[in-house]
Design a protein around this ligand. Structure first.
Ligand SMILES: Cc1ncc(COP(=O)(O)O)c(C=O)c1O
Length: 407
C-alpha cells in the first residue's frame, strides 16, 4: 500500500480538462478528434500580438530574469491602474493591485485569504468551474444562483436574494460569461450592486477576463457601477490579450472605507509566500497595456463571424437549441431530449451525450454539468474559436449523429 493522498484534493475536479482523457485514448488509436473544448485562442488561428512576443524576447535579453516584487513590478501596477482609469473611470492606487499567475492563482489566493470553513460563496449557475473547484481547498460552500437562459442567461435577482444567507461572504459575477457568452446590461449589474450593497455582509468578485471580447453591446466594469462597494475585479493577459500560456493576471481591490483592507493584506501576505509572478511575462504585460490594440478589431470580427455560424448551425441541428452569445468565445447549447425530458432520449445525462459525441462524431465538447449540476446539466459547452471550415466539419459530424440517434 502506498501513502494516502490528501482528502481535500480527492474532491478536486476540473471538468474542462478531464474530458480530454477519453479523447486522448481515441487519438492514440489514430482517430482525429475535432476539439471544441478548451478556451485557448492560441490553439486555433489566433496568436499573441507581435509586440507582446517581442517584449518577451527583449525582457530576457535585457536581464529581467530575477525575482520580482511579490505584488508585481511597480510599473506594471501603474499600467494596470492606468488602464482601469482610462477604460472604466475607476481609480486604483498601486497598493490596491496584485499581479498573479493568471486569474486562477488570484481566485485561489482570494479563497484562501477570505473564506473560512463553512463560508458560502454565491456563484453563477452555470459557472466557470474554477470557482467551484477551489472551494474544497478552504472547506467553503459554493452556492449557485440561477441565470435565466430564456433571457440570455442574465442573473436571476430573485434567486440571488433568496440565496444570500448570514454565511455568504462573496458573490461572483463573470461578465462576459463563461460558459454562456452572456454580456450583462448596465441595469442587470446595477441590480446586483444594489442588492449586494443593501446586504452589506458580502463583497463581490467580478471576473472580467473577456472584457474586450464582445460582439454587440458594451461591457461595463462592475466597479464603475458599484464604486462604493467592496469589489475585487480580476483580469489579465489570457483572453483579451491572447496570451493564456504566459500566466499573468491581476486582482484589483476596490475597498471603500477600508472594507477589504484586511482581506487584501492577507492576499498579499500569501502572495509573498509564493514569491512572485513570472518576471519576463510581466514585462510583456507592460507592453500589452501600453501597446496598440488594433489586433482586437480583427480578433472580434473573426469571432463574431464564427459566433454567427455556430449560432445558426447549432439551432439547425435536430435536438439542439441555443441562445446567442454576445461576448467571450463560448456557446452553451441545450440538449433538448434531456432538457425537455423526452421519453425516448438516447442519453441519460449530458455526460453520456458528450461521450457519444466524442466516440461517434469524434468531436470534443464539455458536458454542461461540469459547469454546475443544477444549472449546467442538459447542456454542453463548445468554443466558437476554430475557423469556419473546422466548425463546419464538426457540426456536420454532430448533425449526422443527431439524425441517427433521434430517428
Ligand atoms: C471566466 C474565466 N476566468 C478565468 C479564467 C482563467 O484565467 P487565467 O488564464 O488568467 O488563469 C478563465 C479561463 O477560461 C475563465 O473563463
Amino acid at each position: 500500500m502506498g501513502f494516502e493522498p490528501s482528502e481535500r484534493v480527492k474532491q478536486i475536479h476540473y471538468p474542462i480538462r478531464e474530458v480530454t482523457v477519453p479523447a486522448r485514448i481515441l487519438e492514440k488509436k489514430g482517430i482525429k478528434i475535432l476539439k471544441l473544448n478548451i478556451g485557448d485562442p492560441c490553439a486555433y488561428d489566433f496568436d499573441s500580438p507581435p509586440h507582446l512576443k517581442e517584449a518577451i524576447g527583449k525582457a530576457t535579453k535585457d536581464g529581467w530574469n530575477g525575482y520580482t516584487p511579490s505584488e508585481g513590478y511597480p510599473e506594471l501596477l501603474k499600467a494596470v491602474a492606468g488602464r482601469e482609469l482610462e477604460r472604466n473611470g475607476v481609480k486604483y492606487e498601486a497598493e490596491d493591485l496584485c499581479v498573479t499567475a493568471g486569474i486562477t492563482e488570484a481566485i485561489q489566493l482570494l479563497y484562501f485569504s477570505a473564506l473560512n470553513p463553512g463560508d458560502e460563496i454565491l456563484i453563477p449557475g452555470p459557472v466557470y468551474p474554477q470557482y467551484i473547484t477551489s472551494t474544497p481547498l478552504v472547506d467553503a460552500k459554493p452556492v449557485a444562483y440561477r441565470t435565466i437562459e430564456a433571457e440570455g442567461w442574465v442573473p436571476d435577482l430573485e434567486d440571488i436574494k433568496k440565496k444570500i444567507t448570514p454565511r455568504t461572504k462573496a458573490l461572483v459575477v463573470i461578465n462576459p460569461n463563461n460558459p454562456t457568452g452572456a454580456l450583462y446590461s448596465r441595469r442587470a449589474l446595477q441590480a446586483i450592486c444594489d442588492e449586494a450593497g443593501s446586504r452589506g455582509n458580502l463583497f463581490i468578485i467580478s471576473d472580467e477576463i473577456y472584457d474586450e471580447l464582445t460582439y454587440e453591446g458594451e461591457q461595463f466594469t462592475l466597479a464603475s457601477i458599484g464604486k462604493d462597494l467592496p469589489i475585487v475585479t480580476l483580469n489579465g493577459l489570457s483572453k483579451t490579450y491572447l496570451s493564456p500560456g504566459w500566466r499573468i493576471g491581476w486582482a484589483m481591490f476596490n475597498s471603500p472605507n477600508g472594507k477589504l483592507e484586511e482581506i487584501k493584506q492577507s492576499f498579499v501576505r500569501l502572495a509573498r509566500a509564493r514569491l512572485c509572478p513570472n518576471s519576463i511575462c510581466q514585462r510583456a504585460a507592460l507592453a500589452a497595456l501600453h501597446g496598440p490594440k488594433d489586433y482586437l478589431k480583427e480578433t472580434n470580427s473573426k469571432l463574431k463571424q464564427r459566433r454567427d455560424y455556430c449560432y445558426k448551425r447549432f439551432n439547425q441541428i435536430r435536438g439542439i437549441s441555443t441562445t446567442k452569445p454576445q461576448g467571450a468565445f463560448y456557446i452553451f447549447p441545450r440538449i433538448l431530449p434531456l432538457a425537455e425530458k423526452w421519453n425516448n432520449s438516447p442519453w441519460k445525462n449530458d455526460k453520456e451525450f458528450v461521450l457519444d459525441v466524442l466516440n461517434s462524431a469524434h468531436v470534443l465538447v464539455v458536458n454542461g454539468s461540469g459547469f454546475g449540476e443544477t444549472y449546467g446539466a442538459a447542456h454542453f459547452r463548445s468554443v466558437i474559436l476554430p475557423p469556419i471550415d473546422i466548425l463546419e466539419e464538426a457540426f456536420n459530424q454532430i448533425e449526422r449523429l443527431m439524425e441517427k440517434r433521434l430517428k
